[in-house]
Design a protein around this ligand. Structure first.
Ligand code: HEC
Ligand code: HEC
Ligand code: HEC
Ligand code: HEC
Ligand code: HEC
Ligand code: HEC
Ligand code: HEC
Ligand code: HEC
Ligand code: HEC
Ligand code: HEC
Length: 472
């Protein structure tokens, strides 16, 4: 009897505890507190920074699968179309390809990139096995005899193909570049384009900040400003030499949001830069440096990183000023020293041994022409042509340092090809140890893509020549 009664009491207790837990979790969920308790597993490397924003993928109140899909496309849609993607969704809406979806539903992003499953998550957040291409390309060896005997787990792991972006790997591109020399001594990256494009930027506030040097007497800081922190007479003199002051950008442009009547903000945020540098702000928000700011969260800090960071940079946060000093818009320091101030992996540490660094030093010292050096930014923040309106484009410094990182063949067109041949670049990027040594040495790997393309091209030309003769 006694035992039964105490059992009953335990049930009662158990029920109460469960209720308390549910209530506590619900309270956490409804308030702005750590919701990661509810995650079935950690987020992938690409999204771990967004863990405070479940809704950014799941929508409000954990909506269904369609909402997740819409959100994937909301953030990544720009790249998931032709010509940036060789397997866009439109390809699979084509009825002729419908049968391929029976094996693997390529219309849904989560088929290949689900979340919270670290045990099956590979590089690039891929959650399908390496041989996934076999589902749809089982007949490749019949269609292309050159591919006889190749294993399906090598299609995308050996520098030959990617699932999405193949812009440097298409057969006709390979053929066009099959006789490139390895390294061109006269190779240059294009000059930055903001200054030249200013005239065309309609939104530029030139009425308030005409493009002429700010005169010492016209500096528009408030009379009662606390100038103990660097902005004394010397500071101002130094500031008058910056690119901003020489282009007419006065104190109020950053500190008062462009309105000299507005209150003085001691620490202007990235949005205040964005009023004139919208391209830079937009791209910054799409990569790992700026994705938290773009999602309305406090900025990324080094202590949250999964990549190795310097211990003396703990808690450094990421905004425009992480690389550009507030009153010294020197882009040289931003391109190497700033990066080295936070990053601490072998690849980063190896950079100063590379011939690229020597080229960069020569450019900075003025003993080599502009554009001939290779900084961290030359590869990770390349100067690329972008549309800035429906009718014009300019060379923009791509502030999304994730955009060309992986698969790394995306780096070829925007960076390497300015100075190297295609075959050399493919080989160098496929060599993992060489990447780790930051390209200090020649590639020790040879990818066969160009050889295969050359053979196909020769066969094609032979057939073209041979066929009329055979007919007769
Ligand atoms: C980057 C996008 C993303 C973020 C951010 C995210 N999730 Fe998810 N979550 C997913 C995806 C994708 C799935 C798998 C859906 C599928 O396979 O159909 C998933 C599945 C789940 C599931 C399993 C139930 C289900 O709907 O399948 C839970 C529970 C969950 N997430 C909770 C969370 C919580 C809590 C957070 C915030 C702390 C969060 N998630 C943040 C993308 C995300
Ligand atoms: C709020 C915008 C946002 C949403 C929503 C979002 N992503 Fe991302 N995603 C990013 C950013 C930013 C990165 C990091 C930069 C990069 O790798 O492009 C990223 C990275 C990735 C990566 C690369 C992962 C890696 O390890 O490098 C994949 C794959 C990906 N996202 C797929 C998805 C899928 C699938 C969904 C929907 C479930 C989704 N994303 C939802 C912004 C978003
Ligand atoms: C059939 C499988 C498959 C589907 C479906 C798929 N992906 Fe991918 N995704 C991959 C593979 C494989 C990679 C690895 C890099 C590569 O091969 O391009 C990748 C890489 C990525 C990356 C990181 C590299 C890059 O090129 O940007 C992002 C972001 C991404 N996918 C987003 C998406 C989004 C968004 C969708 C839905 C619109 C989607 N993927 C649908 C297989 C898939
Ligand atoms: C869901 C089915 C599906 C999967 C999975 C798939 N493909 Fe494809 N792929 C297609 C279709 C459909 C085409 C266009 C018709 C064709 O050429 O057969 C295509 C075309 C191609 C092409 C030639 C044309 C082009 O535009 O580049 C290559 C190369 C290619 N795929 C490589 C791959 C690789 C590598 C993988 C694995 C990472 C892969 N595919 C996975 C369906 C798929
Ligand atoms: C291009 C934008 C920009 C312009 C123009 C600018 N500032 Fe700043 N200023 C900043 C930013 C950003 C910070 C915050 C730096 C930080 O958080 O470390 C800052 C910080 C300051 C500070 C705080 C102390 C310090 O130096 O960090 C003072 C004082 C200051 N600015 C005064 C001025 C004065 C006076 C002018 C005009 C002569 C001026 N600023 C022009 C962007 C600007
Ligand atoms: C009122 C418009 C305006 C605002 C606000 C503004 N800038 Fe600028 N910025 C310019 C102009 C104009 C130039 C071009 C100077 C030139 O090349 O002649 C420039 C150039 C730059 C450069 C390149 C310098 C060089 O040496 O070529 C950097 C870096 C920069 N800005 C960063 C910032 C940051 C960071 C902020 C916010 C703290 C900011 N800017 C706010 C107008 C602005
Ligand atoms: C204030 C510190 C800081 C500075 C300065 C900085 N980074 Fe980063 N970087 C980070 C953090 C934090 C991440 C995100 C790591 C993570 O999510 O694990 C990151 C990520 C990256 C990534 C990986 C992107 C991806 O999609 O995986 C690259 C590449 C990178 N940074 C290059 C650079 C370069 C090049 C510079 C200089 C031009 C630079 N960083 C300057 C802190 C910094
Ligand atoms: C990770 C470091 C880093 C961060 C963070 C960063 N920049 Fe830059 N930025 C650079 C480098 C490096 C260059 C010069 C690259 C070159 O010379 O090719 C540059 C160049 C620029 C230029 C000159 C562009 C041109 O075409 O002349 C502007 C403007 C600029 N940045 C604004 C910003 C703004 C606004 C932000 C914040 C939203 C920001 N930057 C954040 C590293 C950074
Ligand atoms: C010649 C081009 C080049 C130069 C110069 C360069 N990198 Fe890289 N970086 C790469 C490539 C390629 C990768 C590898 C991408 C991959 O294969 O996943 C990479 C990867 C990275 C990563 C990501 C590491 C990871 O594990 O995801 C970081 C961070 C990085 N680089 C920072 C830097 C910094 C900081 C500098 C300057 C000190 C620099 N890089 C110089 C080409 C370059
Ligand atoms: C602005 C021009 C330029 C760009 C951009 C550039 N490089 Fe280089 N690179 C050179 C030059 C010039 C050399 C030869 C330096 C020397 O031998 O003194 C070199 C050397 C190399 C080497 C070492 C070769 C050796 O013999 O030691 C490798 C590997 C390499 N580059 C790979 C790359 C890759 C991969 C990229 C793109 C991610 C790239 N480079 C981008 C100009 C460039």
């Amino acid at each position: 009897m006694a035992a039964e009664r105490s059992n009953g009491r335990y049930w009662w207790l158990w029920g109460l505890i469960t209720l308390a837990i549910v209530a506590a979790l619900a309270w956490v969920l409804l308030r702005d507190e750590d919701k990661t308790l509810f995650m079935p597993g950690p987020l992938s490397d690409g999204h771990h920074q967004l863990a405070e924003r479940c809704d950014i993928c799941h929508g409000e109140a954990m909506a269904g699968e369609e909402v997740i899909q819409e959100n994937c496309v909301e953030c990544h849609g720009e790249d998931r179309v032709k010509p940036f993607d060789s397997h866009p969704r439109s390809k699979f809406r084509d009825p002729r390809n419908a049968d391929r979806l029976e094996k693997i539903d390529a219309l849904r992003c989560v088929t290949c990139h689900t979340e919270h499953k670290s045990e099956i998550t590979r590089k690039d957040g891929v959650t399908q096995p390496r041989d996934l291409c076999s589902h749809c390309h089982a007949d490749i060896a019949e269609d292309r005899p050159s591919h006889q005997g190749m294993a399906f787990d090598t299609c995308a792991s050996a520098g030959c193909h990617n699932f999405h972006n193949n812009r440097a790997l298409y057969t006709d591109f390979l053929v066009k570049h099959m006789d490139d020399t390895d390294t061109r001594r006269d190779g240059r990256v294009p000059p930055r384009g903001f200054h030249e494009a200013l005239e065309e930027i309609l939104t530029y506030p030139r009425d308030r900040y005409p493009l002429q040097p700010v005169a010492a007497a016209a500096v528009d800081m408030p009379a009662d400003l606390d100038r103990s922190e660097g902005m004394n007479a010397d500071g101002i003199r130094h500031w008058l030499q910056t690119a901003h002051a020489r282009a007419g950008v006065n104190c109020s442009a950053c500190h008062q949001g462009g309105d000299a009547q507005a209150p003085w903000r001691p620490r202007p945020d990235p949005k205040s830069c964005g009023s004139c540098h919208d391209q830079e702000l937009d791209r910054f928000g799409k990569g790992k440096h700026g994705m938290r700011l773009a999602a309305g969260l406090p900025p990324m800090t080094t202590d949250r990183a999964r990549l190795p960071m310097r211990s003396d940079a703990a808690h450094e946060s990421l905004d425009c000023n992480s690389c550009h000093k507030a009153h010294d818009d020197d882009v040289v320091k931003a391109a190497v020293e700033a990066c080295e101030g936070c990053h601490d992996d072998r690849h980063t540490r190896a950079y100063r041994n590379s011939s690229h660094f020597r080229l960069w030093q020569a450019e900075v010292l003025g003993s080599a022409p502009p554009g001939s050096g290779v900084s961290c930014a030359t590869c990770h923040m390349p100067r690329v042509e972008r549309d800035i309106s429906d009718w014009s484009s300019r060379i923009v410094v791509d502030h999304n340092q994730s955009a060309n990182l992986s698969p790394n063949t995306k780096m070829i067109r925007g960076a390497c090809l300015h100075c190297h041949g295609l075959g050399f670049s493919i080989d160098a990027l496929a060599d993992r140890t060489l990447v780790e040594r930051n390209f200090d040495g020649r590639p020790g790997i040879h990818v066969q893509s160009i050889d295969l393309a050359r053979k196909d091209q020769e066969n094609y030309l032979k057939e073209l020549k041979g066929s009329p003769g055979e007919k007769r």
